[in-house]
Every structure is written in C-alpha cells, then in structure tokens.
Write a protein that binds this ligand. Structure first.
Ligand code: KG4
Ligand code: ZN
Length: 344
C-alpha cells in the first residue's frame, strides 16, 4: 500500500511517499527556521503563508523523487491536528484536493500518533505490542502505553513546559539560536554533566507526570549568579541535559513497573538528542528490553511518520474527504478522534 503523507501542523512543510508504513520512497521537507529565527519562536501567520507557498512544489518533488505519479498511489494521509490552525488547514485543503482529483481515499492522522509510528519506518522487524513510548517534542512530553495502533493511553504528561520547550528556552539563555535543542545537544557533548547540580523534578503524588519549568528557572538563576557568569557554557548545557535525562529515564523506569511492556520507543524531536538516545539504549540493554529509536530525520516533524500512522490506523481513517477538517486541539486518545471535535 503506497501512501502519500502530508504534514504541515507547525513550521515544516513536509511530503513523503511510504510503502506499507515502512519503506520511505521519498521524503521532502522544507524547514522554515530561517523565517522565524529572528522572532525567537514560530510566528503562526508566517508559518501558514510559507506552507501555501511551498506545499504544491513539495508534492511534485516527492512524486518525482519516488518515480511515481498520483495515479499510482493508494491514498493520501494528512495531519489534521493538533497544531497551528493556519498551518493545518493548508495541508488538509491540499490533501482533500489531491484525494478528490485522484479519486483516492483520504486518511486523517493525529500528529502525535504520527510521532509514535516514526519508529516503524525503514525497519525490517516489527515493534512488539504493548510498548511504552516516550514522546518528547517541542509541544508535548508524555509517556504513552501503546497496546495497538488504535489502543493507546497517556500514563504521564508534562505539567508545564514540554521537554523541547525546556531545551529551546535554555538554549536561548545560553545565547544559542532558535530552535536550540540540536545546538545545545552539540554544546553539551563538550561539557561536564556533573559540573552543576541542577534540580530533578519528582512528583510528590508518585504520578508519572513530568515538569521542567523549575529546571529552566534554576538555569536562569544560575546564569545570573557570579558563579554562573564564570561557568563554561558547555558545562551549563551538559548539566542541564543531565537533569533532563535523569527525569525522563526515571519516569520510563517507573512506567515499566506499571505494565509488562515489551519495548521502549522514543519519539518526537527531542528523541533526536544524542545523549537521550545513548541513555535509552544503555537503560534498555541493562533491562534486557528492546529499544526502538527512529533516525533523527524521523524524530523531528516529517511526513513519512504521518503516512506510517495512516497505514497502521487506516481502519479508523477512511473519511468523507469533503467534510474532513483540521482540529488544532485534537485530543490524543483515538476514541475521541473526530468525535465532537470542532471541525473547521
Ligand atoms: O517533534 P518536533 O520536530 O516538533 C514538535 O512537534 O514540537 O520537535 C521539535 C523540538 C524542538 O524543541 C527542538 O529544539 C527539539 O525538538 N530538538 C532537540 C534536538 N533536535 C530537535 N532537542 C534536543 N536535542 C536534539 N538533538
Ligand atoms: Zn511534532
């Protein structure tokens, strides 16, 4: 089954062609970072306008690279939420037009489900259910119990900043560019993770929730102090990263005590972090559990993961193309998908 995936939920204009939810024939993505960098964050209006300017060419480019044509694909998968409404509607409108023109089915995909299915891409062996997914991105941080393509529940979520947001805000404090996660990752590799003892949040109620705002504030106060002014930025980055990883891996450990998970899956932009990947691999090896980590290009937002999710979830995804809409606040739980959501 050859699906064309479209992802425009935030600031990446991405199109991919994926066979059987696994083999990526083409993946095209245009990053808009240069247009948003000077504002220190994503400007929704600019993001939507860039999608309008770039999407048609990205579809043509992906089809050409895959050596295929619209008439040869079996369906179109598109992110319908959550995300920025002005960005989502561009992808959804394009997907509806393509589905109508090619008379192929349209599959609606939750962006967060897409991140979970990124781990299935370019991989021969299947991932065994049930697995625990640590989904850490710029907008979300959550631990998800995945029992099947459509059976998943959130065990713990962030109470404030998402992990990627904490990375980006800390990167900004260190004078790095936006988004700063990858740059901070590289800087931290040259620093001492034990140089500064930043706090590790642990929920008092024993829940699996995450919190990073205290850590972010601790980094800010430290940098404003005399010791902070003299500290090497690489040491601050490495110590911040060590605190994030300790919190994430402690929650993974606690989640595995709750259910008999057969694998650990990392997902989302922060899963591209080299130290998190190493920590997850080491933890899994110690515990004798398989770890599935997508290559960095499929950790951050991309369209191949949307096509992969649609392949696995397609029983749910067949819709009337003419009524499908975007939902910026789409809930995570599949049972609520498209129920009474405010479709636009
Ligand atoms: O999944 P994603 O592309 O977009 C969302 O759905 O949010 O995640 C983007 C986030 C940004 O916060 C970015 O700084 C972070 O992922 N990120 C990283 C790394 N690469 C991207 N954070 C830490 N280390 C990295 N190597
Ligand atoms: Zn994302």
């Amino acid at each position: 089954m050859l699906l064309l995936g479209i992802e425009t939920s935030c600031d990446d204009t991405a199109v991919a062609l994926v066979r059987d939810g696994r083999d990526v024939l083409a993946a095209v993505s245009t990053n808009q970072d240069a247009f948003h960098a000077k504002y220190g964050g994503i400007v929704p209006e600019i993001a939507g306008r860039r999608h309008v300017a770039l999407l048609s060419a990205a579809v043509d480019d992906a089809l050409t690279r895959a050596g295929t044509a619209l008439s040869e694909i079996d369906g179109i998968a598109v992110t319908v939420g959550p995300g920025l409404i002005g960005s989502l509607v561009v992808g959804v409108a394009a997907a509806k037009a393509l589905a109508y023109a090619s008379d192929r089915p349209l599959f609606a995909v939750n962006h967060l489900h897409g991140h979970l299915f990124a781990a299935f891409l370019d991989r021969r062996e299947p991932i065994p259910y049930p697995f625990l997914a640590l989904l850490v991105s710029g907008g979300h941080s959550q631990l998800v119990a995945v029992e099947g393509p459509l059976a998943m529940s959130v065990l713990g979520r962030t109470r404030d900043d998402a992990a990627g947001e904490a990375y980006d805000k800390t990167a900004r404090l260190l004078g790095l560019g936006y988004p700063g996660g990858a740059e901070l990752d590289r800087l931290a590799a040259r620093g001492d993770p034990a140089a500064i003892a930043f706090p590790r949040h642990r929920p008092r109620d024993g829940s699996l929730d995450l919190s990073f705002s205290g850590l972010k504030t601790a980094v800010r106060y430290f940098l404003e102090s005399e010791r902070g002014a003299a500290a090497a930025p690489a040491d601050v980055a490495a110590s911040f990263q060590a605190a994030v990883l300790d919190v994430l891996m402690a929650r993974v450990e606690a989640a595995f005590a709750c259910a008999p998970f057969r694998a650990l899956v990392l997902a989302g932009g922060v899963a591209a972090n080299s130290a998190l990947q190493a920590a997850a691999q080491a933890w899994s090896a110690r515990r004798g559990i398989a770890a599935f980590i997508p290559p960095p290009r499929y950790c951050t937002d991309n369209a191949a993961m949307i096509a992969a999710a649609a392949f696995h979830q397609r029983a749910l995804g067949a819709r009337d193309p003419l009524t499908l809409g975007a939902d910026p606040n789409l809930p995570f739980e599949p049972s609520l998908l498209n129920a009474d959501a405010a479709l636009i």
